[in-house]
Design a protein. Structure first.
Length: 578
């Protein structure tokens, strides 16, 4: 017998609400034996077990610092009386895969990330979880997992990349995509393209403008699932390590007091997150992801609510791609709490919503320290634009809705002939061959959640159009998505999508299309009799994937107007109806 008492009868820690069933008592000796092989001690296993979920991967800079940050998160958990258990899941780089078949995996990865985190936490009865996130889909994926699990936890963004520099100007990855278009148009040479490529991304961190990653990082602070001020610290700022340790400490506070995501995320919190997207000119992907997050929390949220909130929310952050500054600049200015402060001046946020760091949104805004002379966030009395950075359109071409990004362009109306492409690849080839001209309405279809499958982004196309100087002379609409780096009159998430027989499937080359943002409409100017003839002749194309994860996703996924979710989706509804 050992010369100390056996651990079987020790009192259970109050924080072990779940893991006690995994670790406590004689019947769990086999589980403890395996965990001891990992290096955990009896004392470790007597404490709350807290997952540290990373999305580290070596295919991009966006998540590259997470293994280091995980060590600091674990240190914070240990020093606060818990036992951390690190695990990882996947990430797909939008920037690397953009313009290839690989881009279709990106949105699908959101579901895999959520599923993976959910399975590990459920399977190992963890008492809490800290989710380290970076590239675009890891952020909503983590939030969706927290909603499903409803165990104490939080989301920590590993931080934005610092901008690159070339000839006196700041660069980010969108600068490279636009340089490709400029090269194809003969405006720059190969040597300059190479110099821009080599300078744009200087180190670890997610894409630098208010693109999707930084949009969702901001939204997580406004939603309350991320500690105020910690997400905004850039990836390579020395303060990020301390932020990670603080996240671990906060997670243990949540575990001790059983403060769960459902206590934080309310309808008001979701409305705050939507306002943050509108006020910063953020990515239209925020619409897709917040719809999905709301669904996982069981909170009703409709597509048109995004338009309502954006219409009353001025743009107060001068952020790329529509503005001048990158995410590192808003951090230097004082952080996204400056945006909170400005919106609260006009009661455009629910200030009493609580966050995982124990403060309310109003308190975080009151605590903000503004850098003297900063120009990134402007007073709400003199906004950059009087209404937010997105709008929801409906009409004969999008009866279930679509999303247009307003930040970064001034055109609210466009009418022109359709240039129709049944894939993003076809469209990009036409752009490269300079077959798109001023006045055109570029239609890219069969790239929706089902048709793609996976609703790939169109940054290669939109950035090339910008690089050729056509960004303010054409419109582009698609049942796919746009990168947060897109600017110009670009309309995405057109629903119903082409693969399901939506009106976008009936458009033919040369048809007149009218986009009227002020009226909230997008219409195909073809008479009903002709559309009826086309509809009768239309048939759904064969699925692009017959097996594997892509086929499974296409069979499950809902409309973009519902967040492209795979729970409570088309298949579920069909089964219930049967």
């Amino acid at each position: 017998m050992p010369d100390r008492p056996l651990p079987y009868g020790r009192p259970t820690d109050v924080g072990k609400r779940h893991s006690s069933a995994l670790t406590d008592g004689p019947d769990r000796a086999a589980a403890r034996a395996m965990l001891k092989a990992v290096g955990f001690t009896d004392d470790d296993l007597a404490k709350p077990l807290v997952g540290v979920a990373t999305t580290w991967i070596e295919t991009m800079p966006c998540n590259l610092n997470q293994r280091r940050l995980a060590e600091f998160v674990k240190q914070g958990i240990r020093e606060s009386g818990g036992t951390p258990m690190e695990f990882n899941t996947i990430s797909i780089s939008d920037g690397v895969s953009m313009g290839t078949e690989g881009m279709k995996a990106s949105l699908i990865s959101r579901e895999v990330i959520a599923d993976s985190i959910e399975l590990v936490v459920r399977g190992h009865l963890l008492d809490g979880v800290v989710c380290l996130v970076g590239c675009d889909k890891t952020i909503p994926g983590a939030a969706m997992a927290l909603a499903r699990l409803d165990v104490p936890g939080l989301v920590l963004y590993n931080g934005t990349i610092y901008p690159g520099h070339y000839k006196g100007r700041d660069l980010e990855v969108v600068s490279v995509f636009e340089a490709i278009g400029a090269y194809r148009a003969g405006r720059i040479g190969l040597e300059e393209l190479y110099e821009i490529e080599s300078a744009a991304c200087p180190g670890a961190g997610a894409c630098g403008g208010q693109f999707t990653a930084n949009t969702m990082s901001t939204a997580m602070e406004f939603l309350g699932l991320s500690p105020g001020g910690l997400n905004g610290i850039p990836a390579e700022d020395p303060k990020k390590d301390a932020a990670a340790q603080r996240a671990g400490e906060l997670a243990m506070t949540l575990v001790r007091h059983d403060i769960r995501p459902s206590h934080i995320v309310t309808k008001g919190a979701l409305e705050n997150a939507i306002a943050s997207v509108a006020a910063t000119g953020g990515s239209t992907n925020g619409v897709l992801h917040l719809l999905a997050i709301a669904h996982e929390f069981g909170i009703p949220l409709e597509l048109d609510e995004f338009g309502t909130i954006a219409n009353r929310t001025p743009i107060v952050a001068d952020m790329r791609p529509g503005g001048r500054y990158v995410a590192a600049d808003i951090y230097d200015a004082g952080g996204v709490a400056l945006v909170m402060r400005e919106l609260l001046k006009r009661d455009l946020l629910h200030g009493n919503e609580r966050t995982v760091d124990g403060r309310t949104i109003a308190k975080i805004a009151a605590d903000v320290v503004e850098t003297e002379g900063q120009k990134v966030v402007v007073p709400i009395e003199t906004p950059i634009k009087p209404v937010g950075g997105l709008a929801i359109l409906r009409g004969s071409l999008a009866p279930d809705g679509c999303v247009v990004k307003l930040a970064g362009h001034e055109r609210l109306h466009h009418r022109g002939p359709a240039r129709v492409f049944d894939s993003e690849t076809e469209c990009f080839q036409a752009v490269k061959e300079r077959r798109i001209v001023a006045g055109d309405v570029v239609v890219v279809r069969y790239e929706g959640p089902v048709g793609g499958p996976g609703m790939q982004e169109m940054l290669s196309v939109t950035a090339a159009l910008q690089g050729e100087g056509l960004g303010e002379a054409v419109a582009l609409l698609t049942d796919g998505r746009f990168s947060g780096g897109t600017h110009g009159l670009m309309i995405g998430h057109v629903a119903p999508e082409a693969a399901l027989g939506g009106p976008i499937a009936l458009v033919r080359e040369g048809d007149e299309i009218e986009i009227d943002v002020t009226a909230g409409r997008m219409d195909l100017l073809v008479d009903e009799a002709e559309l009826a003839r086309r509809r009768a002749a239309w048939s759904a194309p064969a699925p692009r994937y017959a097996s594997g994860v892509m086929a499974k996703y296409a069979a499950l996924v809902s409309s973009a107007s519902e967040g492209a979710i795979t729970t409570g989706s088309r298949l579920d509804r069909a089964l219930r109806q049967d």
